[in-house]
Design a protein around this ligand. Structure first.
Ligand code: ADP
Length: 161
């Protein structure tokens, strides 16, 4: 049987428990999940792509079914290069939906072989985003339940705390 492979693209600036929840749930459906950090950033990221990749690798530890990579250019082309049948995206609020639907339709227009699969956020993480984490951390609020300890350390280091 062909291996079921999914690409999970994003900024991961930095990875949160919300992302991890989506990764762990995707691993129940797919044989392999490729977490793909986008290099073509419109947003100005806090962590470099390499820092974000290292953090994801450290947080995931050794799991041969979860790979970490970077990509640039068209996501669909990247998914094809990974022999992925699916793109995973997480959905939190209705506000995510409009943009995500648009992206999924565009990607489907480019390639019919790659299906976008949406996983609904767990209630517990529905308000969690990387930008929220950065905001709370910058205000010296607690982020312990939002990101793994390694990520908190990396944030502290960025701000010389
Ligand atoms: P992007 O800039 O591509 O949105 P993000 O790193 O912000 O990159 O998000 C990557 C993916 O993870 C998106 O599909 C986003 O909806 C999803 N995601 C982020 N946080 C959560 C969360 N708390 N629960 C579910 N999905 C999430």
């Amino acid at each position: 049987m062909t291996k079921k492979i999914a690409v999970y693209p994003g900024s991961f600036d930095p990875i949160t428990f919300g992302h991890l929840d989506i990764i762990n749930r995707a691993l129940k459906i797919f044989d392999e999940v490729v977490i793909a950090v986008a290099r073509n950033e419109r947003k100005s990221p806090l962590f470099t792509v390499e820092e974000r990749v290292d953090l994801i690798r450290a947080v995931l530890k050794q799991n041969e079914r979860a790979k970490v990579d970077t990509f640039e250019g068209l996501l669909v082309d990247y998914a094809r290069s990974q022999k992925a049948q699916a793109i995973i995206r997480g959905l939190r609020a209705i506000s995510d939906f409009e943009y995500e639907l648009q992206m999924a339709q565009i990607n489907r227009g480019i390639s019919k072989d790659v299906e976008t699969v949406f996983l609904m956020t767990s209630v517990f993480y529905s308000f969690l985003s990387s930008s929220m984490v950065k905001e709370v951390h910058s205000l010296r609020g607690p982020i312990d339940g939002l990101v793994p300890p390694l990520v908190k350390k990396a944030l502290d280091a960025k701000f010389n705390r």
